[in-house]
Design a binder for this molecule. Sequence first.
Ligand code: SAH
Ligand code: SF4
Ligand code: F3S
Length: 469
Amino acid sequence: MNLPNMLEAKKRDNLEVNNIDYKSTLLDKSLVGKKYFVRTYGCQMNEHDGERIKGVLSSEGMIETDSLEEADLVILNTCAIRENAHDKVFGFMGLIKKLKESKPDLLMGICGCMAQEESVVNEIMSKYKYVDFVFGTHNLDDMINVINTRIKTNKQNIEVYSNSNNVCEGIPEKRESKYTAWVDIILGCDKFCTYCIVPYTRGKQRSRRKEDIISDVEKLVKDGYKEVTLLGQNVNAYGKDLYPDYTLADLFRDVSKTGIPRIRFVTSHPWDFTDEMIDAISELPNVMPYVHLPIQSGSDRILKLMGRRYTKEEYLTLYNKIREKVKGVSITTDIIVGFPGETREDFSETLDIVNTCKFDGAFTFIFSPRENTPAALLEDNVSLEEKNERLHELNELVNKYSNESNQREVGKVVKCLVLGKSEKDESKYMGYTENNKLVNIVSDIDVTGEIVDVKIDEAKSFSLNGTRV
Ligand code: SAH
Ligand code: SF4
Ligand code: F3S
């Protein structure tokens, strides 16, 4: 048994990254040939971890099911970013408790970012005894041992480490898509924005070796993939912890040479975004013109309290540079309202910056205090009613600009990577433009997995309608 410790999680050392190779472990015989159900919450990196959990279980002889009732093993891969992410998971756990009453052999485990939180693990140990095992973000590669120990000892098994210098290569993956793939390039985060739990749940910043990333992409090209998304909490810091002078700009150039038709990347922290990176994005034909550039607030006072390390002016300078240099770029952002101490004036500055930038899209959140983060200790003096009003007002504005951005696409012929049938209308296909807009496409033939020309006929707030030409 190993329990998470937030103080340990906060520590950063100067030790070198330890590259280890995945070693498989035989899964307990009682589960071989049985069915597993995995549900993942949270960001793309966690989605990708979900693909690894499935990859490992499948390679050990289990079979995936999307029916909870059929499952013999259920794993919830959780997110801790906001309180509502917690609530969803605890709600779902209740459902599984009921299932366990009629199916006593059913095993249930929790992993992901919530598993790294002391309070969550304490709660699981005291109140949720029916949770069979817990493992964290740093020992996903050891998941089979965690499950096996639970079966052997017949006791709740909690195995969570607070920090890690390891980067584990070669964990099996069962990818959701045959055409677009996630590729981690940098793990953890050292930014410690004062509101954010990620540096505690994902540990210290560790870049993967460039050759490992490039060989992953080469394999994906061979397997017919059309797109990769390079992932990290802050991809723009890539290489800093590993190479004297090899950066994301260099990685873009090397990944570009693999011939993968499309390269995307998320998320960009404004602090580490260099001119060389902007040049690489604008020059390389297969790096897509789409940047997710979270601003969080338009008030310098709040940005400082958030520990974001840039001012509104610095953000704007970067924003304008990207807009000027990268042809056809779309830029989206993240914004938090109701940070402790945010006045009406601070909030108006956020509205002002949205009016200035006219973002192509934005994800907006109400501040949620997270355990052990500095912002959770600040006096939360904005009423919930006021927070909701601010969120509503912001969303109206953000939607106006994303709608306008979509309207500008009408009449154009754009390249779309088609990913499958449209969810809303089975007679149509769905795909993404180079600047990451979702398009529902009319086509008389199945063009799934292809990059096709589409004429945009109509714009909705959050998607486009078009016809293959
Ligand atoms: N690494 C990314 C963000 C990852 S979390 C970056 O720095 O841009 C995604 C978004 O969740 C953040 O951009 C922020 O807007 C939001 N978020 C993070 N912590 C939050 C909190 N405690 N309350 C509300 N929103 C939060
Ligand atoms: Fe969180 Fe800031 Fe790191 Fe993003 S950069 S993950 S917001 S600490
Ligand atoms: Fe959530 Fe962890 Fe991602 S907290 S947003 S799943 S890094």
